[in-house]
Design a protein around this ligand. Structure first.
Ligand code: ZN
Length: 455
C-alpha cells in the first residue's frame, strides 16, 4: 500500500505547494491581539483538511487560541500523536523581507513566507501524509491522533491544561513533530534531545542613590564590582567549567553508541567559526564544539545593566547593578535543583553591603528520547525511504518544554523529524521552506505511519 501512497504524493506535488500557500496567507500571529480572529482561521484550515480527509475532528477551545484535535482508528500498532502549531511569529521589520511575509512566493525552489518552515510547512507534511493515506487506502495504517495548537510561539500557555484535561483523548504511545531542522542543507535529521533552561535576573542594591566616587569610593560596596565578582566566580577561567556546587552531578554522559554517531557527523568547525564571526571557538575543556552545543550544560550572561553608560565619564558609585544570566541544562539535570543551587551561590559570593534580589524568568526541563526507541528506528527508516538520505541524529541547544510535559502527562516519547533547512530564517525575515523538503517531508511522514504500524 505504501507504494500507492507515495505515488499519490508524487502526483500531487504541485498541488501541495498551492495548498500550503493558502495556509501561509493566513496571518496567524498568536501574540498579536489584532489578528486573533484570523489566527483562529489557520486552526480552521487545519481542521477542515483533516475533516475532509475523513478524520474525526474537534476544536479544543482555550482562553487563548484553540487547539485542533483529530483522530482516526487505524489498524493495530502503537498510537501516534502528530503535534504541530498553526501560529507564527510576528514578521519583524517588513522592509527586510524580499517578498511580503504573508504573500507566499517561490524563489529558487524555496517557498518564502512567515511560517513556511516554523511550523506550517513542516506540520503540513504530516497533514498531507495523513490525507494521502486516507485518499489511497481509505484508512491509516495504524491508530493516529493529531494535535495542532495555536500558541506555540507564545510559549503554549494553555497547552498543559489542554493535555491534562484531555488525557484520555490524547493518550498515545509516541508523539511525532516536525518543528526542528535538518542537520545541514542535504542531510535531514532526527533531533532526540533538547536542553532545559533556567533564566535568572540578579539585582544588587547598594547605596540609596548613585554616589560621588571620589568622596565615597572605598567606603561602601560598589554593586557593579560585586556583580562582576559574582559572575566571574561562577565559571573557571581556564577550564570554563561552571563552579556552582553540584552543577554537573546529574549530567548524563554519552554512551559509546551516541558518542560515535555524534562525532561521526560531518561538522564543519571552520564554517561554524565563519558563520558566528569568531576566529576561534571556546568552551568547556575536554569537549569539542558539537558536544558543547548539544550535550554540555552552559551558563551565560545575557545582559548587564549598571551605572553610567553614556558618552564620556561620570564618576559615580552606582546604586545598583543588574544582570540576566541563563543556564542551559542537559539530561538529566533537574531545573529546580539548579535554580536553588544558583541562588545559594549568588548569596555565598555576594560581598557584605549589598542587598540581593533574584528573579526567575524561565525554568524548563531538558528532554531526551532514547536512541534505542522503536519509534526512533521507524523514523530513521522512514526518512531514509522518503528522502533517499539517512538522517543524522542530532541534539538541540534550544529548549522545548512541551516535550518533558508530554512525557510526564501522557507517558509518551517525542520523535522530532526535521525537514527544514537549519538556516531557514525561522523567526527572522525571509523565512523559507524548500519545495523539495516539502515533498520529501510528506513522503517521509507517510512512510513513518506505515513503519510505526508494522512495528
Ligand atoms: Zn515552531
Amino acid at each position: 500500500m505504501i507504494a500507492k501512497v507515495i505515488e499519490y504524493i508524487d502526483a500531487h506535488r504541485n498541488e501541495y505547494v498551492d495548498r500550503l500557500k493558502d495556509f501561509l496567507r493566513i496571518k496567524s500571529i498568536s501574540t498579536d491581539p489584532a489578528v486573533k480572529a484570523e489566527t483562529r482561521k489557520a486552526g480552521e484550515w487545519v481542521l477542515k483538511l483533516l475533516k475532509d480527509a475523513g478524520l474525526k475532528t474537534e476544536m479544543i477551545e482555550t482562553p487563548g487560541h484553540p487547539s485542533v484535535f483529530a483522530h482516526a482508528d487505524g489498524g493495530k500498532g502503537p498510537t501516534v500523536l502528530v503535534y504541530g502549531h498553526y501560529d507564527v511569529q510576528p514578521t519583524g521589520d517588513e522592509s527586510l523581507w524580499k517578498s511580503p511575509p504573508f504573500e507566499p512566493t517561490v524563489r529558487d525552489g524555496s517557498l518564502f513566507a512567515r511560517g513556511s518552515a516554523d511550523d506550517k510547512g513542516q506540520a503540513a507534511c504530516h497533514l498531507f501524509a495523513i490525507e494521502a493515506w486516507m485518499k489511497t487506502a481509505g484508512k491509516l495504517p495504524g491508530p493516529v491522533k493529531v494535535l495542532i495548537e495555536g500558541e506555540e510561539e507564545i510559549s503554549s500557555p494553555n497547552l498543559e491544561t489542554v493535555i491534562r484535561s484531555n488525557r484520555e483523548k490524547l493518550a498515545c504511545d509516541y508523539i511525532v513533530l516536525s518543528d526542528t531542522s535538518k542537520f545541514n542543507k542535504t542531510i535531514p535529521a532526527i533531533t532526540y534531545g533538547t536542553k532545559g533552561l533556567v533564566y535568572k535576573e540578579i539585582t544588587l542594591y547598594g547605596p540609596k542613590q548613585d554616589l560621588h566616587s571620589g568622596s565615597f569610593g572605598g567606603t561602601v560596596t560598589n554593586p557593579g564590582n560585586a556583580l562582576a565578582h559574582i559572575i566571574a566566580s561562577m565559571k573557571d577561567p581556564v577550564t570554563n567549567r561552571v563552579l556552582i556546587p553540584g552543577f554537573y552531578d546529574d549530567v548524563l554522559e554519552m554512551d559509546d553508541d551516541e558518542k560515535g554517531k555524534m562525532l561521526g557527523l560531518p561538522f564543519d568547525e571552520l564554517k561554524f567559526r565563519e558563520d558566528v564571526g569568531v576566529n576561534m571557538t571556546n568552551g568547556e575543556h575536554g569537549y569539542n564544539t558539537v558536544e558543547r552545543k548539544w550535550v554540555r550544560p552552559t551558563l551565560d550572561v545575557n545582559g548587564i545593566l549598571c551605572g553610567f553608560t553614556g558618552q564620556g565619564g561620570s564618576t559615580i558609585i552606582p546604586s545598583k547593578a543588574m544582570a540576566k544570566v541563563s543556564m542551559r541544562l542537559v539530561p538529566n539535570m533537574n531545573p529546580r535543583k539548579i535554580y536553588q543551587a544558583f541562588d545559594e551561590t549568588v548569596h555565598l559570593l555576594a560581598p557584605q553591603g549589598v542587598r540581593i534580589e533574584i528573579k526567575t524568568f524561565g525554568c524548563a526541563a531538558p528532554y531526551m528520547c532514547p536512541l534505542s526507541s522503536p519509534a526512533m528506528k521507524a523514523a530513521a527508516a522512514a526518512i531514509e525511504a522518503g528522502y533517499g538520505v539517512a538522517p543524522a541524529f542530532i541534539r538541540e541547544g534550544g529548549s522545548l518544554p512541551i516535550l518533558p510535559m508530554f512525557k510526564e502527562v501522557l507517558g509518551a516519547e517525542s520523535i522530532m523529524m526535521g525537514f527544514c533547512d537549519p538556516n531557514c530564517n525561522a523567526h527572522g525575515p525571509n523565512e523559507f521552506f524548500d519545495l523539495d523538503d516539502l515533498h520529501k517531508g510528506i513522503r517521509s511522514a507517510a512512510q513513518f505511519l506505515e513503519k510505526m504500524a508494522k512495528g
